[in-house]
Design a protein around this ligand. Sequence first.
Ligand code: ADP
Length: 170
Amino acid sequence: MSRIEIIQGDITKQAVDAIVNAANTSLLGGGGVDGAIHRAAGPELLAECRTLHGCRTGEAKLTKGYCLPARYVIHTPGPVWHSGDRGEEALLASCYRSCLTLAAEHGCETVDFPSISTGVYHFPLEKASRIAIATIADFLAEHPEIKRVRMVCFDARTKAYYDEALEELT
Ligand code: ADP
């Protein structure tokens, strides 16, 4: 699937139609990539997020990008990993699908994701990377209007898992 790319980098620096935020259900900011996105976007992002009244795990909500180079931010709370028996895998797939659905509805052609749930939410990286890549590939097969989806991995170890998952697909 040549419309999927894996890069190592900082998602707040990417000039794409939409970046995805691995948010929490309050949508009021947090640590990790969420904190970085709010810092880079500026206080207007938090002001818009306050009007959204949170978001359920596996669903997604869209805001403007404000001071970010990206036009939109799509916020999705990933599942916290417990032991895998609380629907975590289906919820993670739902995050990727919900974000891409919103992106398509807003005419986005380029979308960048961070590695949802694999930070403080402790989703196992190998499982998470396979779910992410398979879900993105399935969506793109049905949506030619989205031109490119990238996984923007913050570190080399994370990137290696997504590279492997993408290779397994092809
Ligand atoms: P979660 O709560 O969903 O686990 P985290 O923010 O803790 O979210 O981590 C998700 C992933 O985002 C981790 O791989 C983390 O290293 C990565 N990350 C943190 N900051 C950035 C950033 N600026 N750009 C891209 N990825 C980031």
